[in-house]
Ligand binder design. Structure first.
Ligand SMILES: Cc1ncc(COP(=O)(O)O)c(C=O)c1O
Ligand SMILES: Nc1c(O)cccc1C(=O)C[C@H](N)C(=O)O
Length: 394
């Protein structure tokens, strides 16, 4: 046994979160390192979805709406709230992240009257940039791209809103939410955070940091399933003024009164738009049960240790054949990105060997390390598989 094998075995044996892997329905033959794109299914989800279809839909039929479904977006939002440092009544699950970015940006621009610029993280996931352009067009503002480390260069009395990612989807870099939010507020602007790659990764403190609006998806580290609905956070003190641009009946103060004019619900429900996607929402509801009693500090510690161990394995087994793009210090999420000119083919070949990561253009191999189910042994096997592939090519 090599030294790396012995280390991986010891780390797995001593892992305080190791017991959680058994809660996921994973193929033991597969090394799954793409939970930063689509999380793995917790075991209880399949049965719960079946029960929802058979009992709640099949037997209770439309009675399920008043009995339990209509308030599910807020109820499931309360399960996400502790994961993002939000007191009750400030998170609702609804729509996709793209739709929520739109609601968040337009709503936040309206909270910054007289200001004409939306600053957007220049390396953001494309949807945020596309949606920001549209939000700017509709609100008479303009988009200003920014390097997150150089916010001072773009912030001014013109800035209405700044949209940033806590963790960059391509490099895995973690940004300093506290420092950036403080700067944004010092400039008199609103801070909107996209938490897609950080929720379920590290302790997040939205209330404590005074974040204005946040959005995030639930199908990555929260394991809600393909297309599970996203969430949006608006703190209590901004809710009354938060006028989002999709005033569907779902966000009305009295939806079933069917009034002819729109009046927003008094609380976070005003961030809803139309009918909730119940099957996906209740799959997410079941998936979130795995977080019960899990300490986010332990999750973060394991995520850093796992990604750190993977980087060590890459250094030792691959040397300079690839470039580690992800920061080696603590400012990273739970993914490691490697640069190689033939990244796309390598990812396909790794998948054929049951090691699943993903490719992001033009030259990045991305590996996600979900601490609830990825092992140190998985990290080593992935690095070794990549090293073997490159060795076979000579
Ligand atoms: C940072 C970020 N924002 C948004 C999205 C996706 O938005 P949607 O859930 O609407 O597809 C993703 C991933 O798909 C993402 O990585
Ligand atoms: N949302 C996705 C989808 O519907 C299909 C494939 C991938 C995704 C993703 O989530 C991509 C992901 N946000 C990323 O960081 O690249």
């Amino acid at each position: 046994m090599t030294e790396l094998n012995a280390r991986a075995a010891k780390l797995d044996a001593e892992d305080p979160l190791g017991y959680l892997r058994a809660e996921f329905d994973l193929d033991p033959a597969v090394v799954y390192l793409d939970g930063n794109s689509l999380g793995a299914p917790p075991r209880q989800v399949a049965g719960r979805v079946e029960e929802v279809v058979r009992e709640q839909w099949g037997r209770r039929l439309i009675r399920s709406w008043p009995e339990r479904w209509w308030v599910a977006p807020e109820r499931v939002g309360e399960k996400i709230a502790p994961l993002v440092g939000a007191a009750p009544g400030q998170v609702v699950v609804a729509d996709s992240t793209s739709v929520n970015v739109f609601k968040a940006l337009v709503g936040a621009v309206r909270l910054a009257p007289g200001r004409r610029e939306i600053v957007v993280d220049a390396t953001t996931f494309p949807t945020d940039g596309y949606v920001a352009e549209s939000a700017a067009e509709l609100t008479g503002t303009m988009v200003v791209p920014a390097v997150v480390d150089e916010l001072d260069d773009v912030l001014s009395e013109r800035t209405a809103v700044v949209l940033l990612n806590q963790v960059d989807y391509k490099t895995g870099r973690l940004h300093d939410m506290a420092a950036a939010t403080e700067k944004i507020h010092a400039a008199g602007a609103r801070a909107v955070w996209d938490l897609c790659h950080s929720v379920g990764v590290l302790p997040i403190e939205l209330d404590a940091l005074g974040v204005d609006v946040a959005v995030g998806c639930t199908y990555k580290f929260l394991n809600g399933g393909p297309g599970s609905p996203a969430f949006i956070y608006v703190p209590h003190h901004l809710q009354a003024e938060f006028h989002q641009p999709l005033p569907g009946w779902g966000g009305h103060r009295d939806p079933f009164a069917m009034e002819s004019s729109y009046a927003p619900a008094p609380g976070i429900a005003r961030a809803r738009a139309g009918t909730p996607d119940i099957l996906s929402l209740l799959a997410l509801d079941a998936a979130l049960e795995v977080w019960d009693g899990v300490d986010m500090t332990a999750v973060r510690a394991k995520g850093l240790a796992l990604t750190g161990f993977f980087i060590e394995c890459v250094d030792e087994l691959l040397g300079r054949a690839v470039e580690v793009v992800t920061p080696r210090g603590e400012w990273r999420g739970h993914q490691v990105s490697l640069r190689h000119h033939d990244a796309s083919t390598l990812v396909a070949e790794l998948t054929a060997r049951d090691v699943i990561g993903d490719y992001r253009p033009p030259d990045v191999l991305r590996f996600g390390f979900a601490p609830l189910y990825v092992t140190y042994g998985d990290a080593l096997r992935a690095a070794r598989a990549l090293a073997d592939l490159l060795a076979e090519r000579g």
